[in-house]
Design a protein around this ligand. Structure first.
Ligand SMILES: O=P(O)(O)OC[C@@H](O)[C@@H](O)c1c[nH]c2ccccc12
Length: 263
């Protein structure tokens, strides 16, 4: 049975065809020379690192906040203490774009993660050209050979990689790379089921491997924060809760819990 992840990746081939047609554009887009490192921030942090996501919509939740201005939201994220910003650039299923990424780049001086289903090098070229400091690679969407190829390509371009897993098998595969940043997606991209136990289950092996762990998805309350930090998370990635927050400032600040030498 075709999963939503299969549908997203199948549709991605149209985007990739379009990007190759636009390849010439890469020569003109001004790329910031400065590199902003999320990894360094996380390594030096005394408090939980918060990656705030700009997400207009998603297949699991439909429209979240479609009209939100990316510059305005990104500036608020930075003002209230986010350590990095994640920007959805998938259009068909998340209503994101590279233009949103470029606007967030103009607005803030934080590390920016290009959040997309990356299966081809051209997507990494565009992510970099439009201002990303990191890209996401999803183990569930990539066979080992392609995963290693894209990881190497991105790091050679000077980008950091958040390597995302959802289960033991994907984690085993991820640990065969030297990716220092492992993202645990609490949401199953095939069923949309969300459980913070996903972070708890995978945390031990990640921490024992000396990598840093980002807990992603389904994080809304202070209790959620306590759960994932007690599992060993170094960072959280939060989208819907922030995109819908009526008091964004207190929501972000409550998540910046001290890790007090726990790491
Ligand atoms: O809106 P949430 O439940 O806070 O989730 C944010 C983020 O983790 C989620 O958007 C995400 C995590 N990994 C992804 C991969 C592709 C698309 C989206 C994602």
């Amino acid at each position: 049975m075709e999963t939503i992840l299969d549908k997203i990746i199948a549709k991605k081939s149209e985007t990739i065809e379009e990007l190759y047609k636009r390849k010439e554009e890469l020569k003109t887009v001004v790329q910031s020379k400065e590199r902003r490192s999320l990894l360094n921030k996380i390594m030096q942090a005394e408090a939980l690192s918060v990656i705030a996501e700009f997400k207009r919509a998603s297949p699991s939740k439909g429209d979240i906040n479609v009209e939100k201005d990316p510059k305005e939201q990104a500036k608020m994220y930075e003002l209230y203490g986010a350590d990095a910003i994640s920007v959805l650039t998938d259009t068909p299923f998340f209503k994101g774009s590279y233009e949103d990424l470029a606007k967030v780049r103009e607005a803030v001086n934080l590390p920016i993660l290009c959040k997309d289903f990356i299966v081809d090098k051209i997507q990494i070229d565009f992510a970099k050209a439009y201002g990303a400091d990191l890209i996401l690679l999803i183990a569930a969407a990539l066979e080992d050979e392609k995963l290693h190829e894209l990881y190497t390509y991105a790091t050679k371009l000077g980008l950091e990689v958040l390597l995302e897993v959802h289960n033991e098998e994907e984690l085993e595969r991820a640990l065969k790379t030297d990716a220092p940043l492992i993202g645990v997606n609490n949401r199953d991209l095939k069923t949309f089921e969300v459980s913070l136990e996903t972070t708890e289950k995978l945390a031990g092996k990640i921490k024992n491997s000396g990598r840093y762990m980002v807990s992603e998805s389904g994080i809304a309350t202070f209790e959620d924060i306590l759960k994932v930090t007690s599992s060993g998370a170094n960072a959280v990635l939060v989208g819907e809760t922030f995109m819908k927050a009526t008091d964004l400032e207190s929501k972000i600040k409550e998540m910046k819990v001290s890790l007090g030498g726990l790491r």
